[in-house]
Design a protein around this ligand. Structure first.
Ligand SMILES: C[S@@+](CC[C@H](N)C(=O)[O-])C[C@H]1O[C@@H](n2cnc3c(N)ncnc32)[C@H](O)[C@@H]1O
Length: 274
């Protein structure tokens, strides 16, 4: 089945989803100009954009970081990627960036959201160097032990683990730093972790109302400080320039520096597992 036939059939909108309740994956899809969202998602996204008109630009900056991080890891010889909280496919998916640079690169996508997973499967049908699994980041054994993961990823070799715009959906009581340590323990030395994370430190006035809106979703939001994001990298050596706002992380050559990078309100970093 072609992607368009699959999408036209509405398969992406079936399964165990709750269309009445906004989902972080589908709201994000709307911010990025996608069409895999429902009225409840659009209503929440429009309210958020009314309060904070720069949100779509912020999400695009997040996507641009993802692309730069994957390219950086490819340049360091990484050929296998685990993209957790991968979202609904859109322009510049990890396998597109990775396999454009290295056709033999393998990518396992993981998301908790059934629409994200269904749509990823439709896009990836026929690409035997990618897999998609529906799982919760917190269930480390389910993610790493899934036969689709073990088919593609050899964890005795370095792997690039991507947690991009994901960990702010993990509440403090779930202890994201401890979850990362459980992944770290299974990652070979020389592996990398890439993170982007919403923060209240960029635009403190916007952070409260925005976080309140996400209370409606199945994955409420927790913004974190630079110190908290840095602490997620315990046991990883941060690569230059460390934990910075989106546009400050290894910008493409020729890019003008942003006058107010803090307006992007998200910290990003890449660390090498020691
Ligand atoms: C904002 S999107 C980010 C998509 C993509 N990583 C990017 O940055 O463009 C966040 C994704 O994380 C997923 N997610 C939230 N909590 C999760 C969890 N506990 N386990 C797996 N995925 C989760 C959501 O369903 C959503 O698709």
């Amino acid at each position: 089945m072609t992607e368009s036939a699959d999408l036209a059939s509405g398969d992406w909108a079936s399964g165990d989803l709750d269309a009445e309740r906004p989902s972080a994956a589908r709201v994000y899809d709307f911010y990025l100009g996608g069409s895999h969202n429902f009225p409840a998602d659009r209503e929440m996204a429009r309210r958020a954009i009314e309060m904070w008109p720069e949100l779509p630009q912020i999400m695009q900056a997040n996507r641009a970081f993802l692309r730069r991080a994957v390219t950086y890891l490819l340049d360091r010889g990484i050929r296998q990627f685990l993209d957790i909280g991968s979202g609904i496919p859109t322009v510049g998916n990890v396998h597109e960036v990775a396999q454009a640079g290295a056709p033999d690169a393998r990518v396992v996508y993981v998301d908790i959201d059934p629409v994200a997973v269904a749509h990823s499967r439709a896009i990836l049908a026929g690409n035997d160097r990618t897999e998609v699994i529906q799982a919760d980041l917190r269930d480390v054994d389910a993610v790493l032990g899934d036969p689709r993961t073990t088919r593609l990823l050899d964890l005795s070799e370095p792997v690039g683990v991507l947690m991009v715009a994901l960990l702010h959906f993990v509440p403090p009581e779930a202890d994201p730093a401890a979850i990362i340590q459980r992944y770290r323990a299974r990652m070979a030395p020389g592996s990398y972790l890439a993170v982007s994370h919403a923060t209240h430190e960029g635009e403190p006035d916007q952070a409260g109302p925005h976080t309140a809106l996400y209370q409606r979703t199945g994955t409420p939001m927790t913004m974190r400080s630079r110190a908290e994001v840095t602490a997620l990298f315990t046991g990883f050596e941060l690569v230059e320039p460390g934990v910075v706002f989106f546009p400050q992380w290894r910008p493409d050559p020729g890019t003008d520096p942003d006058d107010r990078p803090e307006r992007f309100t998200g910290f990003v970093a890449v660390g090498r597992r020691e």
